[in-house]
Ligand binder design. Sequence first.
Ligand SMILES: *Cc1c(COP(=O)(O)O)cnc(C)c1O
Length: 479
Amino acid sequence: MVMRYISTRGNSPAQSFTQILLGGLAPDGGLYLPETYPHFGAADLSTMRGMNYRELAYTVLSRFIDDIPAADLRAIIDKTYTPEVYGNARSDEQAADITPLHTLEPGLHLLCLSNGPTLAFKDMAMQLLGNLFEYVLNRAGEDINILGATSGDTGSAAEYAMRGKRGINVYMLSPHNKMSRFQTAQMFSLQDENIHNIAVDGVFDDCQDIVKAVSNDHEFKAKYKIGAVNSINWGRVAAQVVYYFKGYFAATHDNNQQVSFSVPSGNFGNVCAGHIARMMGLPIKHLIVATNENDVLDEFFKTGVYRPRAAAQTYHTSSPSMDISKASNFERFVADLTGRDGAVLRALWEPIDQGGMFDLNQQGWFEQVADYGMVSGASNHASRMETIRDTWEKYGVMIDTHTADGLKVGLEYFEPGVPMIVLETALPAKFDEAIHEALGRAPERPATIGDIENLPQRFTVMRNDVEDIKQFIVSHLAS
Ligand SMILES: *Cc1c(COP(=O)(O)O)cnc(C)c1O
């Protein structure tokens, strides 16, 4: 049976996995979802309990990816999820687990997702995407020019996933002198010829506007095969489903046990993968959506009103990767909640696309949110600092600011008899300033990272000008 992907807005033709892999939004403006979710029954879960990460990844992903031959898919997964790629764990034994579970106290765990090359959970999906892109492009004899804008985590995860890959060029725009020293060093120290760091004289929004302008030039986009790897990419969501299974088996003894996951959330990609794992039969009681001061999602899960903020009302916080105004993957969850009706989704998102809001109380949909196990909470700078300090003093474990938001909100829902798994989404090494403030000392740094700030850097400073950027792309195409 071929797994077909349909748009949440219902007006785009169904596609296969590799047909949607390199694209972004569906032509009708919606997001792709599998027509139905695969399901794992009791017997499947029993078999899966004994699997290592690669076996588990194959078992889950082969249900979503059926237009790549099984042996090839297995080889792609096997070369992605290795202790060498995810080697920044606290010990070698843990690195073999890829996503080790670190128990803080009985029933309270961290699922460590940040041991990849850029020390954030985005590597979990992005590394797989890099290998899938390379495979699909080489098979078709094609190439792609990936254009992106970043304020930190996403850009570096994409660059480390795509570096040295045949048929792939990356042009990553970042605001000149606005990223942290560590983030800058991580990206700019890459010397691979297919990676182009462009430091734009401007702010992050300027970079994003340039990407939008280039993408809206359909002729240019088609001629120079411009692509993206943004957070709505279905491949990224699918790859993230795997570690919910891994975390579940690590935290439980049998498959009758329910667990809850607390997920530091921004674009809703991570927690959307948790929702899909639950739909596939994983015994999840609560999926806890933890936000920072940018609490659009917390407001929705408390009130049923979805009210994305304007850029001017999006705060810059000490958990910057969750500073979002619009949760781009949220539409996938709302599609399931409201019965997968394209007409409903089009009606709901019409005001959103104009900068408005919607209220799911009206048709009784909001009452059904509880059936999906979704609950929420918000954190802020003071609770983040307090949580980092408490975790360090009580357990001797150093966590980053995003994970702190997840732990803080997760503890509000911690109940006897239900293990709580908090997703660790970044390592503290990335957030020097915040760790100094919380603990009065420098963050731990994995030995593999070394003195990255003093490596030679490779980047081009450019004016905030769309034509200049286009010209740069054209003159740096792969030969
Ligand atoms: C991207 C990111 C998040 C938010 O994840 P979403 O999938 O956008 O909800 C949280 N923490 C860190 C460290 C991140 O990089």
